[in-house]
Design a binder for this molecule. Structure first.
Ligand code: SF4
Ligand code: SF4
Length: 423
């Protein structure tokens, strides 16, 4: 047995705890998770049935953690997990799963399949069976300040551009302000308009904020790759910057897994509670709306729909907030089928979008989103995750769909009434 296989199997063994054992014993093979998974639904390939993606882990559990399995192993009836198995399952665990959480929601016996796939990724990454793009992104992120490499100069340039555009100052490393804002690399590079939108909204609402020069990257490739160690290092950068600056909160940007990593997994990764709150930008905007601090002027009259990012709605609980904001600024808002907690994934999350060899499968999975959109025929699609934004835009180009895509913060800011009160 190679050292990397041994490392991988040990990592998998470490993941096998009571919930995992109860998962494997309680599955009633109903097939509901298959129907919930966009990869299975669009291909009908049985390899993409969620529960099947866990097969090496199930086999390891059976062989080493059950009496019948141990006897079976002695008699040569239950074969061991090999490096070739992990190699084969790499494409199932990384290419055909966005960690969207839809299978978990439908399982009648409450099995958290998504969590199990995360656990599988721990073993796969320890055994070296991880897509090369995710390994590269993880190395860049640990060695510099972002998964795209050193993004500090690009961020400073975007901030400078935003200040010139709005006339509103954005300070770095300012202690004692209300919020520290973090951004995903996707926003910094492709959708920097969020900076001007936040600057205008926060100024109007009287919120003070800053960006930490040593903790500005929101994405966490450790969560996607399945390495708690890397995830912890990256979360710690943000937590330590926020605590050093003494802010009352960290604003998580329009990025699904960044929110998941910091808000829900962060305290567990760090082994303690934070002394600041983590708030998603859309939650904060909805609070400002409720407090009367988000005055708007005019509305979008074209037909608009909304895409719920899996990690923010289904796995993050933010469902009504974007809809209240849409009601503020869109007069012809239409929901797609399955909108909300059961929304269909864009197909690019969980590292799938970064994984070159998964491109064909990702575009096949997108057909479900395409069907959702074609049914309501919108002029514009709003979302609250820059990576969904990017994935959807790219796939729509492939399928020649003419729908404009915009981030929710930017959409709301388009209609912000910037005039001083009484003007
Ligand atoms: S988490 Fe989503 S993509 Fe992954 S297996 Fe479950 S339903 Fe499929
Ligand atoms: S939905 Fe749950 S019980 Fe049904 S096959 Fe999937 S894991 Fe098993």
């Amino acid at each position: 047995m190679t050292a990397s296989l041994e490392r991988g199997l040990n990592a998998l063994r470490e993941q096998i705890d009571a919930p995992v054992a109860s998962f494997f014993t309680s599955c009633v093979h109903c097939g509901l998770c298959a129907e919930a998974c966009v990869f299975y639904r669009e291909t009908e390939d049985p390899r993409y049935i969620p529960i099947r993606k866990l097969d090496p882990m199930r086999r390891l559990w059976r062989r080493e953690f059950t009496l019948f399995g141990r006897i079976g192993a002695m008699l040569g009836l239950v074969r061991p997990v090999t490096d070739a198995d992990l190699g084969e399952w790499e494409t199932l665990v990384y290419d055909s799963c966005t960690l969207c959480g839809r299978c978990t929601l439908v399982c009648p016996v409450g099995n958290d399949i998504t969590l199990m796939i995360r656990k599988m990724r721990e073993g796969m990454s320890a055994a070296g069976h991880t897509p090369k793009e995710l390994i590269g992104a993880a190395v860049r992120h640990v060695e510099t300040n972002s998964l795209m490499g050193n993004l500090a100069p690009a961020l400073r340039a975007q901030v400078k551009r935003s200040v010139a555009e709005t006339g509103i100052d954005i300070g770095f490393d300012q202690p004692g302000v209300d919020y520290m804002v973090i951004l995903s690399a996707q926003e910094t590079m492709d959708y920097p308009e969020i900076l001007s939108s936040m600057a205008r909204i926060f100024k109007k609402a009287g919120i003070s904020w800053t960006i930490a020069s040593d903790g500005f990257e929101a994405t966490n490739v450790g969560v996607q790759i399945g390495s708690r160690d890397i995830a912890r290092i990256l979360v710690a950068r943000v937590v330590e910057a926020a605590e050093r600056l003494g802010v009352k909160g960290v604003v998580s940007p329009e990025c699904g897994h960044a929110y998941q990593a910091l808000r829900w997994e962060g305290p567990n990764l760090m082994g303690r509670a934070f002394n600041f709150e983590v708030v998603h930008i859309v939650e904060l905007l909805d609070r400002l709306r409720a407090e009367g601090k988000l005055p708007t002027k005019g509305m979008e009259s074209r037909r608009v729909t909304f895409h719920d990012p899996c990690q923010i709605n289904r796995r993050g609980g933010i469902d009504r907030e974007p809809r209240r904001l849409m009601a503020l600024v869109a007069s012809d808002f239409v929901e797609t089928d399955d909108a909300g907690a059961m929304n269909w994934c864009c197909g690019g999350g969980g590292g799938v979008g970064a994984n070159e060899r998964a491109t064909k499968l990702r575009l096949t999975a997108f057909k479900r989103k395409k069907a959702q959109l074609e049914k309501v025929n919108p002029d514009k699609l709003i979302t609250m995750c820059a990576y969904c934004h990017h994935t959807i835009e790219e796939a729509m180009e492939e399928y020649h769909m003419e729908i404009e895509v915009q981030g929710l913060t930017d959409f709301v800011a388009t209609y912000l009434d910037d005039e001083p009160a009484g003007a």
